[in-house]
Write a protein that binds this ligand. Structure first.
Ligand SMILES: NC(=O)c1ccc[n+]([C@@H]2O[C@H](COP(=O)([O-])OP(=O)(O)OC[C@H]3O[C@@H](n4cnc5c(N)ncnc54)[C@H](O)[C@@H]3O)[C@@H](O)[C@H]2O)c1
Length: 331
């Protein structure tokens, strides 16, 4: 088995590469081309891993480059995307090009090359604010941001390739994921980095939203299980990946206060607050389908486990001096 991983230079991608390496899966890591030869977050992986895997840089929007990079692989895990919600308000066109056209390029290349397994990555943002919780895969879709709209489009395109061409596609739909190496734009690194840099003052958007946060190693295991599965009943299916435990952002801040025996000064950052109709208030997953089809259940779930994951993440940022000035990374 040789798997082509797009978005390998990103948060989930770089953690997944480490996971697949431990499982002896051969990997081709597709990283986003840049002129300074950066392999993105893969640089935080063990040198042993980097020396062993094949890394090809390119652009998911470039059909020819992407298809030629995929040659020789029998499966693909497609993670590459533009993911920031605030930036999607400003630049929806780039989200269409990357998330929709980029997914089309992966699908068309997979079809041409006869790949045996195609795993696409969706997001819980496609559901919008929950009409009911826990959210199962039958929950209506509601694109409350251009980002969510492009992910719904990419998912639909994937399913259409399954129905039209019998392409062996599975869509995994992670709820919010956290852990080492995540970008400072995500809520947990935003909190952690400010805590590490400036112990008291935490600038943050809405703290009343509720999220179902999965530790990235659990998310990686779900991708691995889907990749290894020989069952046909996962094909043409969309599968939620979440813990089924929801936590308010304000509670995360309280956990840090308690664990670190400190008092945080929470400052509302209006730039980080989404507009009223775009804000997704509550996302809590129903993960029964993942249990049934993949045999997957997160190892870290529930408040105590979340705390363990949070502290592991904090230690990682501390050790790796991930010290961005978050005020400079607003959109
Ligand atoms: N992190 C989460 O909480 C979360 C939750 C649900 C779904 N997802 C999905 O998981 C996937 C990975 O997300 P992530 O959190 O690792 O994000 P990330 O931004 O860290 O990773 C995405 C990667 O895609 C790459 N990329 C962007 N445009 C590209 C292009 N034109 N060509 C090639 N590569 C390009 C980026 O360089 C980046 O490394 C995405 O599809 C996202 O929608 C993430």
């Amino acid at each position: 088995m040789k798997v082509f991983v797009t978005g390998a230079c990103g948060f989930i991608g770089s953690n997944l590469i480490e996971y697949l390496f431990k499982k002896n899966i051969k990997v081709v890591a597709y990283t986003y081309y840049n002129s300074h030869n950066s392999i993105g977050l893969l640089k935080y992986c063990d040198k042993k891993i980097i020396n062993k895997i094949k890394i090809i840089s390119g652009d998911i929007r470039d059909f020819k480059r992407t298809k030629s990079a995929m040659k020789g692989c029998d499966s693909v895990i497609h993670l590459a995307a533009l993911i920031g919600i605030p930036y999607s308000y400003h630049s929806p066109e780039s989200y269409i090009e990357t998330n929709v056209n980029g997914t089309y390029n992966v699908l068309e290349s997979s079809k041409d090359l006869g790949l045996k397994k195609i795993i696409l990555t969706s997001t819980s943002e496609v559901y919008g604010s929950a009409k009911y919780t826990p959210i199962d895969e039958n929950h209506p879709l509601n694109p409350q941001s251009p980002y969510a709209a492009t992910k719904i489009s990419a998912d639909s395109l994937g399913l259409s390739f399954y129905y039209s061409y019998n392409l062996p596609i599975t869509i995994l739909r992670p709820f919010n994921t956290f852990g080492p190496k995540q970008s400072m734009r995500a809520v947990i690194p935003t909190i952690i980095s400010q805590y590490l840099k400036n112990k008291n003052n935490i600038k943050i958007g809405n703290t009343h939203t509720i999220r179902d946060l999965t530790y990235v190693e659990d998310t990686s295991r779900a991708f691995y299980l889907a990749l290894k599965s020989k069952k046909n009943n996962i094909l043409g299916e969309t599968i939620n990946l979440g813990t089924s435990y929801g936590i308010k952002i304000s509670e995360i801040l309280k956990i840090i206060e308690k664990e670190k025996r400190t008092k945080l000064n929470i400052i509302k950052d209006e730039i980080r607050v989404r507009s009223k109709n775009s804000e997704v208030l509550k996302l809590i997953s129903n993960n029964k389908k993942a249990q049934k089809l993949l045999g997957w259940k997160p190892i870290l779930s529930g408040k105590n486990d979340f705390k363990k994951g949070l502290m592991k993440t904090l230690q990682w940022y501390q050790k790796n001096s991930f010290s961005y000035d978050v005020s400079k990374y607003i959109i």
